[in-house]
Design a protein around this ligand. Sequence first.
Ligand SMILES: Cc1cc2nc3c(=O)[nH]c(=O)nc-3n(C[C@H](O)[C@H](O)[C@H](O)COP(=O)(O)OP(=O)(O)OC[C@H]3O[C@@H](n4cnc5c(N)ncnc54)[C@H](O)[C@@H]3O)c2cc1C
Length: 313
Amino acid sequence: MKEVTFVNATSVDQAVSALGPGAAVYAGGTDIFGYMKAMVSPNAPDTLVNIQGITGLDYITEESGVLKIGAMTKLADIAASSVVQGSYTALAQAALKVATPELRNMGTIAGNICQLVRCWYYRGELNLFDCIRKGGALCYATLGDNRYNSIFGAEGGCVSVNPSDTAAALVALDASVVTSSRTIAIDDFFAFNVEKTTVLADDEMVTEIQVPTPAAGVKSAFVKFAIRKSFDFPVVNCAAAIGGGSARICLNAVSVNPLRVTGAEDAISGQAINEANAEAAASELPQTTVLPHNRYKIQLAKTMVKRAILGCA
Ligand SMILES: Cc1cc2nc3c(=O)[nH]c(=O)nc-3n(C[C@H](O)[C@H](O)[C@H](O)COP(=O)(O)OP(=O)(O)OC[C@H]3O[C@@H](n4cnc5c(N)ncnc54)[C@H](O)[C@@H]3O)c2cc1C
């Protein structure tokens, strides 16, 4: 593994001042350590800023109509929270579906939404493929085995997918991401970037996730299809929050960034949630751009949208 400088931050200010080009946050470490150990990229950080020693970033509170979750809150705690299970069901369900108990006990909510992509060309050990996401010239997935890649085209030339389970739930629940310098609506948080899946600046870190308490009558649900149900990344996942005449539905693992399915949202808003309406709404996917090996994901995506809608009944 590349030799790195390890900075143990005890405050957000200290962490931010140690961040910058060539540095990255280390939270639970379940994603970034694998990336570092496999020597995936020539751009791997020289400095890891450990934020585990910052007190006050691990909490779940609900105040004045907003659920607040500290960046270092473990996925296991979110899944087990009766507050989250009650009014923010999709988020509790998504957190519970991430990986294994061990990973949920280490993995944090901020790490989950900031995690790097899993495209096996990007993740190839010893920088086997110097792909576009590392600043290279080619997207090898478009030419090779793209069974798990985007069915909605490329961004920045890359067809990897965002692999986060909680991202879909947070988009459906219209969350905001509070960082060391600003608050970002979740719809604006994800973006293609070299070595990044978010719009975060090099010297910026997530401190809190905020979720507005859904209006009375709104229900939410999260569903996931994975090859090995016990711990795998999603092949496709979907979260929906529906009620009171409105709907937000988000697919993930189907495109470079989490994808709002606005056609389905419009179709199900104000309608009864039943088999026929859910099926009709699920057929309203945006235009797909499939690759040679991933056409099957279209039907999976429709099924996930339908099941997420039915989960809100
Ligand atoms: C075998 C295996 C299976 C997995 N299965 C799933 C799955 O089914 N679903 C799923 O969603 N994920 C899965 N994961 C991915 C990962 O474990 C989770 O995403 C976890 O939540 C990452 O959190 P962490 O705190 O360990 O992040 P870390 O590894 O510490 O960090 C991950 C990334 O986020 C950045 N980061 C972390 N915290 C912050 C912050 N506060 N501000 C800014 N940037 C930050 C880091 O710099 C790094 O780039 C799996 C991982 C493994 C190894």
